[in-house]
Design a protein around this ligand. Structure first.
Ligand code: 13P
Length: 258
Protein backbone atom coordinates (compact mmCIF):
# COMPACT_ATOMS: atom_id res chain seq x y z
CA UNK A 1 0.00 0.00 0.00
CA UNK A 2 1.22 3.53 -0.48
CA UNK A 3 0.89 5.98 2.37
CA UNK A 4 0.03 9.62 1.72
CA UNK A 5 2.44 12.27 2.93
CA UNK A 6 1.33 14.30 5.94
CA UNK A 7 3.13 17.60 6.51
CA UNK A 8 2.01 19.56 9.55
CA UNK A 9 3.12 22.89 10.92
CA UNK A 10 3.48 23.12 14.67
CA UNK A 11 3.31 26.86 15.26
CA UNK A 12 4.21 26.51 18.96
CA UNK A 13 3.80 29.77 20.93
CA UNK A 14 3.74 32.11 17.94
CA UNK A 15 1.20 34.37 16.24
CA UNK A 16 -1.79 36.26 17.58
CA UNK A 17 -5.25 35.79 16.07
CA UNK A 18 -4.71 38.12 13.11
CA UNK A 19 -1.28 36.68 12.27
CA UNK A 20 -2.58 33.12 12.59
CA UNK A 21 -5.49 33.83 10.30
CA UNK A 22 -3.17 35.41 7.73
CA UNK A 23 -0.73 32.51 7.89
CA UNK A 24 -3.48 29.90 7.58
CA UNK A 25 -4.97 31.72 4.62
CA UNK A 26 -1.57 31.95 2.91
CA UNK A 27 -0.85 28.26 3.55
CA UNK A 28 -4.19 27.18 2.10
CA UNK A 29 -3.56 29.23 -1.07
CA UNK A 30 0.10 28.28 -1.45
CA UNK A 31 -0.55 24.54 -1.10
CA UNK A 32 -3.56 24.24 -3.41
CA UNK A 33 -1.54 22.49 -6.13
CA UNK A 34 -0.43 19.74 -3.73
CA UNK A 35 -3.82 19.26 -2.09
CA UNK A 36 -4.65 15.89 -3.64
CA UNK A 37 -1.25 14.38 -2.78
CA UNK A 38 -0.28 15.79 0.62
CA UNK A 39 -2.29 16.12 3.81
CA UNK A 40 -1.44 19.54 5.22
CA UNK A 41 -1.89 20.42 8.88
CA UNK A 42 -1.65 23.54 11.01
CA UNK A 43 -1.46 23.65 14.80
CA UNK A 44 -1.86 27.21 16.13
CA UNK A 45 -2.05 28.35 19.75
CA UNK A 46 -5.39 27.73 21.48
CA UNK A 47 -6.51 31.34 21.18
CA UNK A 48 -6.08 31.27 17.39
CA UNK A 49 -7.76 27.91 16.78
CA UNK A 50 -11.22 29.31 16.11
CA UNK A 51 -9.90 31.87 13.61
CA UNK A 52 -7.79 29.24 11.84
CA UNK A 53 -10.75 26.85 11.76
CA UNK A 54 -12.82 29.59 10.11
CA UNK A 55 -10.07 30.24 7.58
CA UNK A 56 -9.22 26.66 6.62
CA UNK A 57 -11.94 25.05 4.50
CA UNK A 58 -13.26 21.66 5.54
CA UNK A 59 -11.30 19.20 3.40
CA UNK A 60 -9.98 15.71 4.17
CA UNK A 61 -6.44 16.88 3.33
CA UNK A 62 -6.50 20.04 5.46
CA UNK A 63 -6.08 19.48 9.18
CA UNK A 64 -6.43 21.93 12.05
CA UNK A 65 -4.81 20.65 15.22
CA UNK A 66 -4.45 21.67 18.85
CA UNK A 67 -1.02 21.55 20.47
CA UNK A 68 -2.12 19.93 23.72
CA UNK A 69 -5.14 18.83 25.72
CA UNK A 70 -6.13 17.37 29.07
CA UNK A 71 -7.42 13.80 29.40
CA UNK A 72 -10.42 14.46 31.68
CA UNK A 73 -13.60 15.56 29.88
CA UNK A 74 -14.44 18.19 32.51
CA UNK A 75 -13.96 19.06 36.17
CA UNK A 76 -11.80 21.11 38.49
CA UNK A 77 -8.75 21.45 36.23
CA UNK A 78 -8.11 25.18 36.11
CA UNK A 79 -6.42 26.29 32.93
CA UNK A 80 -6.88 23.06 31.01
CA UNK A 81 -8.72 22.28 27.75
CA UNK A 82 -10.41 18.92 27.13
CA UNK A 83 -10.31 17.01 23.87
CA UNK A 84 -14.10 17.31 23.63
CA UNK A 85 -13.67 21.10 23.63
CA UNK A 86 -11.08 20.89 20.86
CA UNK A 87 -13.53 18.76 18.90
CA UNK A 88 -16.29 21.24 19.67
CA UNK A 89 -14.15 23.99 18.16
CA UNK A 90 -13.81 21.98 14.96
CA UNK A 91 -10.30 20.64 15.46
CA UNK A 92 -9.37 17.59 13.42
CA UNK A 93 -6.51 16.51 15.64
CA UNK A 94 -4.04 17.26 18.39
CA UNK A 95 -0.29 17.02 18.92
CA UNK A 96 0.63 15.06 22.07
CA UNK A 97 3.84 14.06 23.77
CA UNK A 98 5.94 16.80 22.17
CA UNK A 99 9.43 16.92 23.67
CA UNK A 100 8.75 20.46 24.87
CA UNK A 101 5.79 19.12 26.87
CA UNK A 102 7.94 16.24 28.15
CA UNK A 103 10.94 18.38 29.09
CA UNK A 104 9.60 21.80 30.09
CA UNK A 105 6.29 20.63 31.58
CA UNK A 106 7.53 17.27 32.90
CA UNK A 107 4.88 15.19 31.16
CA UNK A 108 5.49 11.50 31.78
CA UNK A 109 4.91 8.54 29.47
CA UNK A 110 1.95 7.52 31.64
CA UNK A 111 0.31 10.95 31.44
CA UNK A 112 0.92 11.17 27.69
CA UNK A 113 -0.65 7.74 27.29
CA UNK A 114 -3.76 8.92 29.14
CA UNK A 115 -3.97 11.90 26.84
CA UNK A 116 -3.51 9.86 23.67
CA UNK A 117 -6.23 7.38 24.63
CA UNK A 118 -8.65 10.18 25.61
CA UNK A 119 -8.01 12.13 22.41
CA UNK A 120 -8.44 9.06 20.19
CA UNK A 121 -11.66 8.21 22.00
CA UNK A 122 -12.89 11.74 21.22
CA UNK A 123 -12.42 11.05 17.52
CA UNK A 124 -9.41 13.32 17.10
CA UNK A 125 -6.40 12.40 15.03
CA UNK A 126 -3.37 12.23 17.32
CA UNK A 127 0.17 13.19 16.37
CA UNK A 128 2.09 11.29 19.03
CA UNK A 129 5.67 12.59 19.35
CA UNK A 130 8.69 10.57 20.41
CA UNK A 131 12.41 11.27 20.36
CA UNK A 132 15.72 11.01 22.18
CA UNK A 133 18.01 13.71 23.54
CA UNK A 134 21.55 14.23 22.29
CA UNK A 135 22.98 12.64 25.41
CA UNK A 136 20.74 9.59 24.95
CA UNK A 137 21.79 9.26 21.30
CA UNK A 138 25.47 9.67 22.07
CA UNK A 139 25.31 7.02 24.77
CA UNK A 140 23.77 4.57 22.29
CA UNK A 141 20.32 4.60 23.91
CA UNK A 142 18.23 5.99 21.04
CA UNK A 143 16.07 2.94 20.52
CA UNK A 144 15.83 2.18 24.22
CA UNK A 145 14.31 5.65 24.73
CA UNK A 146 12.16 5.87 21.60
CA UNK A 147 11.02 2.25 21.89
CA UNK A 148 10.10 2.88 25.52
CA UNK A 149 8.00 5.91 24.55
CA UNK A 150 6.26 3.84 21.86
CA UNK A 151 5.68 0.92 24.24
CA UNK A 152 4.08 3.23 26.83
CA UNK A 153 1.28 4.14 24.43
CA UNK A 154 0.74 1.93 21.40
CA UNK A 155 -0.19 -1.32 23.17
CA UNK A 156 -3.13 0.52 24.76
CA UNK A 157 -4.67 1.76 21.50
CA UNK A 158 -7.78 -0.20 20.54
CA UNK A 159 -7.70 -1.78 17.08
CA UNK A 160 -10.51 0.41 15.72
CA UNK A 161 -8.70 3.63 16.71
CA UNK A 162 -5.25 2.83 15.30
CA UNK A 163 -5.81 4.51 11.93
CA UNK A 164 -6.14 7.83 13.75
CA UNK A 165 -2.67 7.71 15.30
CA UNK A 166 0.31 9.33 13.61
CA UNK A 167 3.75 8.91 15.13
CA UNK A 168 6.15 11.86 14.85
CA UNK A 169 9.81 11.00 15.40
CA UNK A 170 11.47 14.19 16.58
CA UNK A 171 15.02 13.81 17.86
CA UNK A 172 15.26 16.45 20.59
CA UNK A 173 18.73 17.51 19.44
CA UNK A 174 17.34 18.41 16.01
CA UNK A 175 14.46 20.58 17.22
CA UNK A 176 15.03 24.28 16.67
CA UNK A 177 18.78 23.73 16.37
CA UNK A 178 19.18 23.77 12.59
CA UNK A 179 20.83 20.40 13.04
CA UNK A 180 18.64 17.94 11.10
CA UNK A 181 19.00 14.21 11.44
CA UNK A 182 20.55 12.82 8.30
CA UNK A 183 18.12 10.88 6.11
CA UNK A 184 19.93 7.69 7.15
CA UNK A 185 19.65 8.50 10.87
CA UNK A 186 15.96 9.34 10.55
CA UNK A 187 15.14 6.36 8.33
CA UNK A 188 16.85 3.97 10.77
CA UNK A 189 14.60 5.04 13.65
CA UNK A 190 11.47 5.25 11.48
CA UNK A 191 12.07 1.64 10.39
CA UNK A 192 12.55 0.55 13.99
CA UNK A 193 9.29 2.29 14.92
CA UNK A 194 7.42 0.62 12.05
CA UNK A 195 8.84 -2.79 12.91
CA UNK A 196 7.78 -2.31 16.53
CA UNK A 197 4.26 -1.29 15.45
CA UNK A 198 4.06 -4.53 13.46
CA UNK A 199 4.90 -6.45 16.64
CA UNK A 200 2.54 -4.49 18.88
CA UNK A 201 -0.34 -4.21 16.38
CA UNK A 202 0.00 -6.12 13.13
CA UNK A 203 1.76 -5.90 9.77
CA UNK A 204 -1.11 -4.17 8.00
CA UNK A 205 -1.50 -1.50 10.68
CA UNK A 206 2.27 -0.95 10.61
CA UNK A 207 2.29 -0.59 6.83
CA UNK A 208 -0.53 1.96 7.04
CA UNK A 209 0.74 4.02 9.98
CA UNK A 210 1.96 7.51 9.10
CA UNK A 211 5.35 8.27 10.68
CA UNK A 212 6.42 11.91 10.39
CA UNK A 213 9.92 13.23 10.93
CA UNK A 214 10.40 16.47 12.89
CA UNK A 215 13.45 18.52 13.76
CA UNK A 216 14.76 21.39 11.60
CA UNK A 217 12.83 20.32 8.50
CA UNK A 218 13.33 23.07 5.91
CA UNK A 219 12.62 23.60 2.22
CA UNK A 220 16.18 22.57 1.36
CA UNK A 221 16.31 19.28 3.27
CA UNK A 222 12.70 18.07 2.99
CA UNK A 223 13.07 16.22 -0.32
CA UNK A 224 15.92 13.99 0.86
CA UNK A 225 14.16 13.17 4.12
CA UNK A 226 10.82 12.42 2.45
CA UNK A 227 12.53 10.20 -0.12
CA UNK A 228 13.22 7.68 2.68
CA UNK A 229 10.83 4.73 2.51
CA UNK A 230 9.57 4.98 6.10
CA UNK A 231 9.32 8.79 6.35
CA UNK A 232 5.78 9.88 5.56
CA UNK A 233 6.12 13.63 5.87
CA UNK A 234 7.09 16.05 8.57
CA UNK A 235 6.15 17.92 11.69
CA UNK A 236 7.63 21.32 11.03
CA UNK A 237 8.31 24.04 13.60
CA UNK A 238 10.14 27.22 12.62
CA UNK A 239 9.89 26.71 8.86
CA UNK A 240 6.10 26.39 9.10
CA UNK A 241 5.77 30.02 10.21
CA UNK A 242 6.48 31.21 6.69
CA UNK A 243 3.77 30.17 4.21
CA UNK A 244 6.00 30.22 1.14
CA UNK A 245 8.71 28.13 2.79
CA UNK A 246 6.16 25.72 4.25
CA UNK A 247 4.55 25.35 0.81
CA UNK A 248 7.95 24.39 -0.61
CA UNK A 249 8.22 21.60 1.98
CA UNK A 250 4.77 20.39 0.99
CA UNK A 251 5.68 20.59 -2.70
CA UNK A 252 8.76 18.46 -1.96
CA UNK A 253 6.48 15.77 -0.55
CA UNK A 254 4.04 16.09 -3.47
CA UNK A 255 6.87 15.54 -5.97
CA UNK A 256 7.78 12.12 -4.56
CA UNK A 257 6.25 9.15 -6.34
CA UNK A 258 5.29 6.26 -4.10
P1 13P B 1 11.78 22.91 14.25
O1 13P B 1 11.27 22.56 12.87
O2 13P B 1 11.72 24.37 14.53
O3 13P B 1 13.09 22.28 14.54
O4 13P B 1 10.71 22.26 15.29
C1 13P B 1 10.36 20.93 15.14
C2 13P B 1 9.24 20.63 16.06
O5 13P B 1 9.40 20.61 17.26
C3 13P B 1 7.92 20.37 15.48
O6 13P B 1 7.03 19.85 16.43
Amino acid sequence: MSRKFHVYGNWKLHNNIAASRALADAVVSATADSRDRVVTGMAPVFTSLAAVRETVPAHPHLMVLGQNGYPAPKGAFTGEISFALLKDLGCDGVILGHSERRQIFHETDAFINEKVQAALATNLQVVFCVGETLEERESGRTWEVVGGQIDAVLPHVAADLRARLIVAYEPVWAIGTGRTATPAQAQEVHKQIRDRIAQLWDATAAAECIIQYGGSVKADNAAELFACPDIDGGLVGGAALDAAGFAKIIAAAAAIQR
